[in-house]
Design a protein around this ligand. Sequence first.
Ligand code: ACO
Length: 331
Amino acid sequence: MTKCIIRGFGRYAPKRIVTNFDLEKFVDTNDEWITTRTGIKQRHMAAEGESASDMATEAAKRALADAGMKAHELTHIIVGTFTPDSMIPSTACRVQQKLGIRDQMCVDVGAACSGFLYALETARGYLALHPESKILLACSEVITPRLNWEDRASCVLFGDAAGAVILTGKNAAGAEDTPRVLDIMLKADGSLGDLLMVNGGGSADPYKLGTIVDEEYFVQLEGREIFKHAVRKMSAACEEILEKNGVDKKEIDVLLPHQANFRIIDAVGRKFDIPAEKVFSNIDRYANTSAASIPVAFSEAVETGFIKKGDLVLLTAFGGGFTWGAALVQF
Ligand code: ACO
């Protein structure tokens, strides 16, 4: 199969930072509760009118610069998001427009917090069909306007951000074929979909003129249930991908999980006896940015040297749907 090489990383976070102490002023919560239950200390919030495509475009420009490529070289644009700019056009088409380019294939992938891994597998499929492809994969979420700020159990958990990668079938001339995606494994269980959803406005619950925007239109979740499933399913996905690829857990240099809750991250790391210093987390600064969380964390881990050349990196995610999975990347 054609290789899937990560040629560049980019990320973007809105300027506005809202700390737990800031939240205390308008939500019935406190820094101690949020910190001990989740590890979150602050989150970025999009400015009024700042859209998922605006943020994805910024992350994309940085990823293109990192890859040493121009936007017009791209053949495909894939955007992972559950907070698209609009129902039509897709956010990917908006990103294309904002990059000032035309004729690429543009598509959105919706898999909530597993969006990056689902989109990465989609990109691998395109590369298998068209080995010369140059793919922009951007995940971008503007979640904070989709939160019910009267529901303290959900509104403290999320933030806004975007992350992007450039993917090709081979590396630049003279460069080694790394970082390379070795394998991806994905699953879903739609029977558990009601535990985490934004229902209002979809075709199952369409709005009509004059509809009141109530809690149906915002993120609704069953935190405790999600917590249990997230730990179990991310651990099972990691186990499966390691076994399938004949990799011992001791060979993993970096575990980079979806950033939903530090206790979930910690529990998955412990299950695999992966020492804390090998587990990347930035949830304290970003909160849960859904599909954007892995590419944002990935970009930071590479830039700061947390991930080094030669490292074997294990990614894992879990999100609404439920969807989950794992991926192995050789640096
Ligand atoms: N501030 C203060 N108190 C709060 C808050 C808050 N923000 N939210 C809830 N509480 C209270 C509750 O009312 C409850 O009080 P009570 O005992 O008097 O009724 C108490 O805190 C305990 O609430 P629990 O829900 O039992 O708290 P728990 O320890 O389970 O932690 C949490 C909740 C952090 C949401 C956890 O379940 C979790 O992280 N779940 C998974 C994360 C998640 O749902 N992510 C959504 C996306 S999916 C994904 O990304 C994997």
